[in-house]
Design a protein around this ligand. Structure first.
Ligand code: ZN
Length: 142
């Protein structure tokens, strides 16, 4: 039995609990988290700390929702930018693409997902998967 539960479509919002951005101070990996009505950016590498009130949201691009800073996990792919808020988000996309590659060879059960159309296109899937794997390495290096 395939892992159907893990492949349920998820809204982008469900990955926004903790987002990783490029630290504006040192270029390392910093996290952005919302706590109550405040948002905090903190870098484990250099200790940089930034706070703001929740408010403006930057949704749907390679930047975090609150500060609008470039995401740590992003890479050029198929003429687009493939990005993820965090490792869980990256894993989710990987499972989807892998499942699409598998099902396109077997049954034609369609997988519902909110991934961008270009990522789902059959001719792009292998490149998308390679890009995701490169981001995994970026993440492992920290
Ligand atoms: Zn830093």
């Amino acid at each position: 039995m395939t892992n159907r539960f893990a492949l349920q479509s998820r809204e982008l919002e469900t990955f926004m609990g903790q987002m990783f951005v490029i630290c504006p101070h040192c270029g390392g990996r910093a996290d952005v988290m919302e706590k109550g009505d405040e948002v905090r950016l903190s870098c484990l590498k250099c200790g940089h700390l930034q706070m703001k009130q929740t408010g403006t949201k930057y949704i749907g691009g390679a930047f975090d929702v609150h500060f609008g800073l470039p995401l740590y996990l992003q890479i050029s792919c198929c003429g687009h930018v493939l990005w993820a808020y965090n490792r869980e988000h990256l894993d989710y996309m990987k499972r989807y693409i892998e499942a699409m590659i598998r099902t396109s060879k077997g049954t034609n059960r369609s997988l519902e997902s909110r991934l961008p159309e270009w990522m789902k296109r059959k001719q792009n899937r292998d490149e998308v998967l390679r890009a995701i794997e490169r981001l995994e390495l970026v993440w492992e290096r920290g």
